[in-house]
Design a protein around this ligand. Sequence first.
Ligand SMILES: O=C(CO)[C@H](O)[C@H](O)COP(=O)(O)O
Length: 224
Amino acid sequence: MQPFAIAPSILSADFARLGEEVDKVLAAGADIVHFDVMDNHYVPNLTIGPMVCAALRKYGITAPIDAHLMVKPVDRIIGDFIEAGASYITFHPEASEHIDRSLQLIRDGGAKAGLVFNPATPLDVLRYVMDKVDMILLMSVNPGFGGQKFIPGTLDKLREARSLIDASGYDIRLEIDGGVNVKNIREIAAAGADTFVAGSAIFNAPDYRQVIDAMRAELALASA
Ligand SMILES: O=C(CO)[C@H](O)[C@H](O)COP(=O)(O)O
């Protein structure tokens, strides 16, 4: 299992001050920058693209950037995110014409590759590509918007994904995204997640460090 990592979703950050916001949340103890890319086609919302990712690198952000592509089709944008400095690039299997090829494109470009599963999307395809993924991201809300409630059925799916990862012997991150907060993070960790995306729980709080510290305290209890 990978060490626990907290990945604030910048979807809930102040976009007018994005560089400062990312600096601030990293200084507050975040490990990974979760970068939500929405195309108003695969999901009913529109956010940011590779130019903003490149701008964060130019601004001086060196932490891993985890680009979650909620776009369809995916292949033609993968190269742009690699050039922009994304560390992880994840996509939804139903948004790719050729899942194996999309994963390979990401790894060939030097980034880490991942698959994202919506709450009602089965994990079946994983059995064919377990050796080609560095991250599995389970959505615990339907994608498109921050600030939604965690869907409790995702806990069973996390256990299923954790068993698949452990049985595979590969070193794959298991990330959870949607409705994660201080109150539920311990239960989510106990179900098998090691990487926790949290948008509104962190960016809507007055003190980012206080929330991240509280999350880490809960995670320490989960592994005790
Ligand atoms: O991918 C997403 C939505 O599609 C967001 O990352 C996610 O919902 C995080 O926001 P919050 O923590 O507020 O639920």
